[in-house]
Design a protein around this ligand. Structure first.
Ligand SMILES: [Ca+2]
Ligand SMILES: [Ca+2]
Ligand SMILES: [Ca+2]
Length: 285
């Protein structure tokens, strides 16, 4: 038997190419829809684009002034809170020491030794009830150029800001260089990442939320679990419930001897036949 080789005609190939071209922009659209904010100068919470939501209690702001992370539902990939005097190099948001004076030396910030690795803040959907729909961070110190990136609920990138050259080359707590980076995305934000290409990295005023109960917490007070109230419907954790298989009853094979049943007329006929046979036998005797 002769097997004819399959040939892709030029029309088929052209259709495939057109399909691929149409698929590219639709993939971008799936990851799109986010609004990236910044970099913008930031000396106090008054400079946050989320200020209205912060004042309304919808957004948490972590200033690190308690010396630890007090807000719920967020985990940094690396780094630590550093206090005033730490290595003489603390670079907090300017206002955190009580006065906007061009210096962040007397506040607290969040520091990591590797700016190139950066810091990723990951939000906990279970603790928060839903992923935040807006999140931001203030970059306060580092070297080289700075890049911000946000991620959707599935971990896909929502886009990046930068790299931007904002570092002033000073480690003395200067604040004119400090910049806010943020994102808004109705589909939920699972994480934000900030990095700079050389030296360590310092950040401050981590802010995120959507909850009416997301208010500032006093130092040392355990963080309550936010109550979602009408702003967004929490995405329930997908639980896969195994469907109980519907079994179609199968007829069981009949085992054992089958006992025939005879109706009354048949029994009568059988009786007559036996009686006739008996008479015939008796006559032959
Ligand atoms: Ca200051
Ligand atoms: Ca601070
Ligand atoms: Ca600074």
């Amino acid at each position: 038997m002769t097997v004819r080789p399959t040939r892709l005609g030029p029309r088929f190939v052209a259709t495939l190419a057109l399909g691929a071209l149409l698929l590219l922009p639709s993939s971008r659209a799936l990851a799109g829809g986010a609004t990236l904010l910044g970099p913008t100068p930031y000396l106090s919470v008054a400079n946050s684009p989320f200020l209205t939501d912060i004042n309304a209690g919808h957004v948490y702001v972590e200033t690190f002034e308690c010396g630890t992370i007090t807000v719920p539902g967020v985990t940094p990939s690396t780094g630590q809170v550093i206090p005033p005097g730490f290595a003489g190099l603390v670079d907090s948001v300017d206002a955190d020491d009580g006065v906007i004076d061009g210096s962040g030396l007397n506040g607290h910030s969040f520091f990591s030794g590797s700016g190139a690795t950066g810091i990723t803040f990951t939000f906990d959907q279970t603790t928060l009830g839903a992923f935040p729909t807006e999140a931001g961070i203030v970059w306060t110190d580092g070297g080289g150029t700075t890049t911000f990136e946000a991620f959707d609920s599935l971990g896909a990138s929502l886009g990046t800001i930068g790299p931007v050259a904002i570092a002033d080359g000073s480690n003395a707590g200067t604040t004119a260089e400090d910049r806010f980076f943020g994102v808004q995305f109705a589909g939920g934000i699972s994480a934000i990442k900030i990095s700079n290409t050389s030296g360590g990295i310092e950040v401050d005023h981590l802010q995120y939320g959507l909850y009416p109960s997301a208010v500032a917490l006093p130092c040392g007070v355990a963080s309550p679990t936010p109550t979602v109230a009408g702003i967004a419907t929490p995405t329930p954790t997908a639980t896969t419930v195994a469907a109980t298989p519907t079994t179609t009853p199968t007829s069981q094979p009949t085992t054992g001897a089958v006992v025939p049943t005879l109706s009354f007329p048949m029994l009568a006929l059988l009786g007559l036949a036996l009686a006739g046979a008996a008479v015939w036998v008796i006559r032959r005797l």
